[in-house]
Ligand binder design. Structure first.
Ligand code: SF4
Ligand code: SF4
Length: 251
């Protein structure tokens, strides 16, 4: 039986998700033996006509990105958005909060016309996305889970509970009690609450959970002296595109 053809593509992003793969290379090497990597710009020159699984990193932020992602989608059986830029527009979407002309001028000055730019969009805004791996950078265990499941022909589990759930399961002391402004109550889990587990507060890098426990989350923040407006402001760093659509609480 032939191995599944797998390809990796990068769009607008810092390539941190690609680098994060090096943090779990042993598990990844086992997995790579079960597939044929047919396209991966950072590691090889080869090109392929079609892919069983295409992993997409980065947001769609220029007209050429739109054209390219349509082409990749046409040739892919399964398409996976990898990391928060691909899933929601991520940090790139901060530019969407300002007039595009102003953003281009700030970055490129008088050469702005040489670099056509559009608001940073998630891949799903342009083409159908089959699965997502969230996080900035993407969560390594979640990535391995999705990759393994797809190679084995299974449907990966979709995580949609808050970081607090995972934090409680790990029996962490809540960092809100230490005066830290933690976004765990409104952020989608899947990272194993890695930041609070290591004594840090969650900065919301996986975006908002789809069904926010509105009253509970607001109460929890207020009880510790934190305002909802400040939480929304902080959440914008990774979720400028998602805020209006999903967070409609306490305003
Ligand atoms: S608020 Fe933060 S530290 Fe507290 S339980 Fe939730 S994720 Fe953990
Ligand atoms: S705890 Fe929060 S900031 Fe840290 S990896 Fe998880 S979602 Fe991201």
């Amino acid at each position: 039986m032939s191995k599944p053809k797998v390809a990796f593509f990068d769009f607008t992003g810092c390539e941190g998700c690609q680098l994060n793969k090096l943090n779990f290379e042993n598990e990844l090497l086992d997995l790579l033996e079960l597939v044929d990597i047919v396209e991966f710009r950072e590691a090889m020159d080869d090109k392929a006509e079609e892919y069983d699984i295409a992993f997409i990193e980065g947001s769609i932020s220029s007209p050429s990105c739109v054209e390219r992602i349509h082409d990749i989608r046409r040739r892919s059986k399964i398409l996976v958005a990898l990391g928060q830029c691909a899933v929601s527009g991520g940090i790139n979407a901060i530019k969407n909060l300002h007039p595009m002309d102003e953003v281009q001028e700030t970055v490129y000055g008088k050469d702005k016309y040489l670099f056509p730019s559009i608001p940073a969009q998630p891949v799903s805004a342009i083409v159908k996305v089959d699965y997502e791996v969230r996080g900035c950078p993407m969560s390594a265990p979640e990535y391995l889970h999705v990759f393994k499941s797809l190679v084995l022909g299974r449907k990966p589990e979709v995580i949609d509970h808050s970081v607090c759930v995972e934090c409680k399961l790990r029996e962490n002391e809540c960092v809100l009690d230490k005066g830290m402004f933690c976004l765990g109550p409104i952020t989608r889990g899947g990272c194993g609450a890695i930041c609070p587990t290591n004594g840090q507060y969650c900065i919301g890098c996986r975006g908002p959970v789809s069904n926010i426990n509105k009253n509970g989350a607001v109460e929890m923040l207020k009880k510790h002296g934190f305002s909802v407006n400040e939480a929304l402001k902080r959440m914008k760093m990774f979720s400028a595109n998602e805020l209006d659509k999903k967070i409609e609480w306490g305003r």
